[in-house]
Design a protein around this ligand. Structure first.
Ligand SMILES: CC(=O)N[C@H](C=O)[C@@H](O)[C@H](O)[C@H](O)CO
Ligand SMILES: CC(=O)C(=O)O
Length: 240
C-alpha cells in the first residue's frame, strides 16, 4: 500500500498544458478514484486546482459506493473551486429504471448547484445501461445544473440522440472509437490514453477539421493497436 504522491501532479499538469489539453477529469477511472478514500480524493482535487491555476478546467468525479459520500465530495468540489462535477450511477444496488438513476444524480447535483453536473456513462464497468437520450431528456427536467454526459459506451446509435438534446455537452470516452464518436457529433473527448499520447488525438482532430479522413483513420488505428497492447499486458479486467 503506497501513499499518495501529490508532488507528481505539478509536472504532470505542466505536461498536459504543453500538449494543449484543456481539461482534466480528476478521480475518474484512470485516476482510480473508486479505490481511494474520500480524504485522498479531496487532497488530489485540491492539488489539481492549486497547480493548474485556472489553466485547465477541472472536472471532479465524485461517484462512490454511497450517495452520502458522493454528496460530501460534490460539496467539497464546489467549495474548493472545481469547474464541474461528474458521477457514476449507483454501483452495487443498481437502479432498475431511469427515474431511480435520475433521483441519484439529482441528490448529488443539488448539493453543488453552481457547478455543471455530468453523468458518467460507462456501462461496461457499471452494468447500468439505460438509453441515454431518454435519460438526458428526462433528467434535465429535474436537474437544473445537468450539463451533459461523459459517454464511455460504443453505442453511437444512442449517442447521436444525446448530441441532439438541447444544451447538452457530450464528451466521448471510448478512445478506440473516437473518430466515429466525433463524426457522430461528440463535442469533445475524455479518455485514459489521451494522458500519455495526446499528440495522436490532436492530429486526429486536426485531420478531421481539414477533411483528411484517411490520415484520421490511421491515427485511430494507432490508438487501437496501443489499446490492444495495454489490455494484453495491463492489469485491468476490462476487455472488449
Ligand atoms: C474503462 C475505461 O478505462 N474507460 C476509459 C474512459 O472512459 C477509456 O478512455 C478507455 O481506457 C480507453 O478507451 C481504452 O479502452
Ligand atoms: C479517462 C476517463 O475518462 C476516466 O478515467 O474516467
Amino acid at each position: 500500500m503506497k501513499e499518495l504522491d501529490l508532488f507528481k501532479i505539478e509536472p504532470y499538469c505542466a505536461y498536459l498544458l504543453k500538449n494543449n489539453i484543456k481539461a482534466i477529469y480528476v478521480n475518474g477511472t484512470t485516476g482510480e478514484g473508486k479505490s481511494l478514500t474520500k480524504d485522498e480524493r479531496k487532497k488530489i482535487l485540491e492539488k489539481w486546482i492549486q497547480v493548474s491555476e485556472g489553466r485547465l478546467k477541472i472536472v471532479a468525479h465524485v461517484g462512490v459506493l454511497n450517495v452520502r459520500e458522493s454528496k460530501e465530495l460534490a460539496k467539497h468540489a464546489e467549495e474548493s473551486g472545481a469547474d464541474a462535477i461528474a458521477s457514476l450511477p449507483p454501483l452495487f444496488f443498481k437502479p432498475q429504471c431511469i427515474d431511480t438513476l435520475i433521483e441519484h444524480c439529482k441528490a448529488i447535483a443539488d448539493v453543488a448547484p453552481h457547478l455543471p453536473f455530468y453523468y458518467y456513462h460507462l456501462p461496461i464497468m457499471t452494468g447500468v445501461d439505460f438509453n441515454m437520450e431518454n435519460f438526458l431528456r428526462e433528467a434535465k427536467k429535474s436537474i437544473p445544473n445537468l450539463a451533459g454526459i461523459k459517454f464511455s459506451s460504443k453505442d453511437l446509435v444512442d449517442m447521436i440522440g444525446c448530441v441532439f438534446q438541447d444544451n447538452m455537452n457530450v464528451v466521448f470516452g471510448c478512445d478506440e472509437q473516437l473518430l466515429a464518436g466525433l463524426v457522430t457529433g461528440a463535442h469533445g473527448a475524455v479518455g485514459s490514453t489521451h494522458n500519455f499520447m495526446p499528440k495522436v488525438f490532436e492530429r486526429m482532430m486536426e485531420n478531421i477539421k481539414t477533411g483528411e479522413m484517411q490520415k484520421a483513420r490511421e491515427e485511430q488505428l494507432r490508438v487501437q493497436k496501443l489499446c490492444r497492447l495495454m489490455y494484453k499486458y495491463g492489469k485491468s479486467k476490462y476487455k472488449k
